[in-house]
Design a protein around this ligand. Sequence first.
Ligand SMILES: [Zn+2]
Length: 211
Amino acid sequence: MFLEPHFKGQRSGWIEVICGSMFSGKTEELIRRLKRAKIANQRVEIFKPKIDTRYDEAKVVSHDANFILSSPIEHSSKLLELAEGVNVIGIDEAQFFDAELPDNCQRLALRGIRIIAAGLDMDFRGKPFGPMPNLLAVAEYITKVHAICQHCGNLATHSYRLSNNPDTVVLGEKDTYEARCRTCYHMGNILDLRAQPEGKQKGEAKERKLA
Ligand SMILES: [Zn+2]
């Protein structure tokens, strides 16, 4: 469990990143930290990229329908304008932001602002997602949260896409993705019951190839 560092009488900003696969509870953890900051009388603002319109235009919503109000923005440079007078900035779906997100977060931290960013660390191909690797490199605190593999019950780190859509960004939830452990992820559609044509033998299914 992440506990907030506190620096008495010292204006100091820092960057926290919460990362993991789909269904790992990233947004729930983001909301938990932001609620605690509000209880501590911090002025909190939450932003998300405009691309994420899965649920609601103005809310950061987790899969369990927990929510807080947020502002969709098109580019991370907008954060610099909107951070005036703010103590804590929450960023959801950080993986969809532009490549300048890490630099802009560092500028905000230097201004004394606490940044809490949540995002997918890997895309459905198992590759580092958007600005996340660079953001993780410059963060003071990193929390990797895990889902549970829907096939074997071990800790899940990968987001397995059930559809064959090759685009990196396909928004969706339980009908589009599964949380899987490393082993089950690399077994690919052998485990994907819906991808099995009628009567096809399990051994015939093609294994997901690494890179
Ligand atoms: Zn598994």
